[in-house]
Design a binder for this molecule. Sequence first.
Ligand code: SAM
Length: 226
Amino acid sequence: MNDPTTIRRLYGRRQGHKLRQGQSALVEELLPDVEVPASGPLDARALFGDDRPLELEIGFGAGEHLAGQAAARPDHGFIGCEPFLNGVVGALGHIRDQGLKNVRLHMGDALDVAERLPDASLDRVYLLHPDPWPKARHAKRRMVNDGPLDLIAAKLKPGCQFRLGTDDPTYCRWAMMVMNRRRDFVWTAQTPRDFLTRPDDWPETRYERKARRQGHEVWYFTYTRV
Ligand SMILES: C[S@@+](CC[C@H](N)C(=O)[O-])C[C@H]1O[C@@H](n2cnc3c(N)ncnc32)[C@H](O)[C@@H]1O
């Protein structure tokens, strides 16, 4: 089990291009309304005022998938985590434009949020195109590792889904190896089509579209928490 007292380091960029005026205004005006509280208990009641099912997206990028899922299931609550400010701005834009009331955002490490959630409280966890950390000496930084997976497993309800997408062949092999040796997740695929074709309820992100344009294969893994 992941030790919550372990000090983690968050790798990767926190900001890209400078925000335009409208984007800065979005961060100042909308983010405080939808931000995951920095401390205190974290559950559906604390976040949404009722006992709705919760879903977590780790590293939502520009937020297309998060917003798509939230729009498809307005009765569920969605927690999106992303340390990259420009990505958070993207998600805020979707929340505003689509009038989404069921999304909360954390600008930072998803694992910090997961640790504060009650065990067996999540109906789904999404991890789409995690940073690949292609060098073997950086493999410990990959989100698909036993530490983060122990935490995800603890927070998912039995029978619920962990969805993982990647277009990186090294990460694909790595993830299959790590996931296949776990006893707490079962891969749902019955045929190659199940992981080679994007499920209808898996909204495409800009990142994924770009990967396909560049000729990359994309793999869609769905695991059930035992
Ligand atoms: C390659 S991008 C993919 C973005 C998005 N999932 C998509 O498919 O478009 C990986 C994202 O994961 C984010 N990330 C990396 N480590 C993270 C962590 N510990 N918690 C939350 N997000 C993280 C990065 O900032 C980056 O935006």
